[in-house]
Design a protein around this ligand. Structure first.
Ligand code: NAD
Length: 349
């Protein structure tokens, strides 16, 4: 199979590309603009492989996307490129509108034109988030039929992109499938997201910030389980269908932080007490959703997918990975500090 993956130098995209190229031997072309979140080192293990090529391009560049799709002639385009961090979307939403909405439209159009010019049928797998559904009360789960109620500029831009993908399927007959996944964790996650922040701060003995009361609930999934879910959708997902991909693993943020701190303590043979003392409650994020939880019975029933990696063991392995990859962490933290600085300057603070 020939698969074009956008955002393949990021956290989830690189896990997907490694799986498709090294695990399955597919022909893959990775497209990534290499923003602060994209890191070529995430794909270093694929160097020299004849079945992988990398293109440093912006998905909003219509001419480049048109040429690339016509040239590579993919069987499937798996679209993961995005601005993905909620805090950054609150400080500067314009990049989110550009990449997540305009970029998705640009790719849909490139595939539509390829098809109209007699190119092969190219499936479009649009990778999205559970955050498009908004916030849940104490009970219930989001299904694929739940209404969209996004609350942050990030989730609103992803929701808009999901609607475009759906419309290109209904209006133009493009074989589009949408996936909505819960919170991912695992190796190579950029250190602005909760779990790597906690691991790296704990390793350095620095305070660990927790928003508000820390009782916001998220559903957690190891990135390798997500990748296997995406591969199941690539193999058997139906066009015009949405699949929720969830871990059936609800945790409060405070529970997550404590689990990570205990795993760091255990990896160093220390008692957890001193690390648990690093927790520092900070002002809550505006518009912070209280609870997300997904019903993933459709993908289990139709495609036979289920998560395999338990949360405690997945976290222990993730802690080991960050502890063993100091160079990657240092380089990412330098980029992170630079990106934070740029963001503050852009916001005039
Ligand atoms: P990430 O921020 O780690 O990676 C995003 C990648 O997209 C980066 O490599 C970046 O360089 C690239 N990119 C950004 N703008 C681009 C542009 N204009 N052109 C080309 N490339 C561009 O994000 P992630 O966590 O790996 O998320 C990947 C996808 O999965 C996103 O669409 C996100 O919305 C979705 N998702 C993420 C999670 C999660 O928990 N991380 C959960 C559900 C869904």
């Amino acid at each position: 199979m020939r698969v074009l993956v956008t955002g393949g130098a990021g956290f989830i995209g690189s896990a997907l590309v490694r799986h498709l190229v090294a695990g399955r031997g597919e022909e893959v072309c990775t497209v990534d603009k290499l923003t602060y979140a994209g890191n070529p080192a995430n794909l270093a293990s694929l160097e020299g492989r004849a079945n992988h090529r990398f293109e440093a391009l912006d998905i909003c560049d219509a001419a480049s996307m048109r040429t690339l799709v016509a040239d590579f002639a993919p069987d499937a385009l798996m679209h993961l490129a995005a601005e993905s961090h909620v805090d950054r979307s609150i400080e500067g939403p314009a990049d989110f509108v550009r990449t997540n909405i305009v970029g998705t439209c640009t790719l849909l159009e490139a595939v539509r034109e390829f098809r109209a010019s007699g190119g092969r049928e190219c499936r479009f797998i649009h990778v999205s988030t559970d955050e498009v559904y908004g916030s849940l009360g104490a009970k219930g789960l989001f299904t694929e039929d739940s209404p969209y109620r996004p609350n942050s500029p990030y989730s609103a831009s992803k929701a808009a992109a999901d609607h475009l993908a759906r419309a290109w399927c209904s209006t133009y007959g493009l074989p589009v499938t949408v996936t909505n996944c819960s919170n991912n964790y695992g190796p190579y996650q950029f250190p602005e997201k909760l779990i790597p922040v906690v691991i790296l701060r704990a390793l350095d003995g620095e305070p660990v910030p927790v928003y508000g009361d820390g009782l916001q609930v998220r559903d957690w999934l190891h990135v390798e389980d997500h990748v296997r879910g995406l591969a199941a959708v690539l193999d058997g997902g139906r066009a015009g269908r949405t699949y929720n991909i969830g871990g059936n693993c609800e945790k409060t943020n405070l529970d997550v932080v404590r689990t990570v701190l205990r795993a760091v303590a255990s990896s160093r043979g220390e008692s957890a007490d001193s690390l648990l003392g690093l927790i520092e409650f900070v002002a809550d994020r505006p518009g912070h959703d209280r609870r997300y939880a997904l019903d993933a019975t459709r993908i289990a029933g139709e495609l036979g997918w289920k998560p395999r990696i338990g949360f405690e063991s997945g976290i222990a392995d993730t802690v080991e990975w960050y502890a063993a990859n100091g160079d990657w962490c240092d380089a990412s933290r330098r980029i992170y500090d630079g990106a934070r600085l740029g963001l503050k300057e852009a916001a005039g603070s």
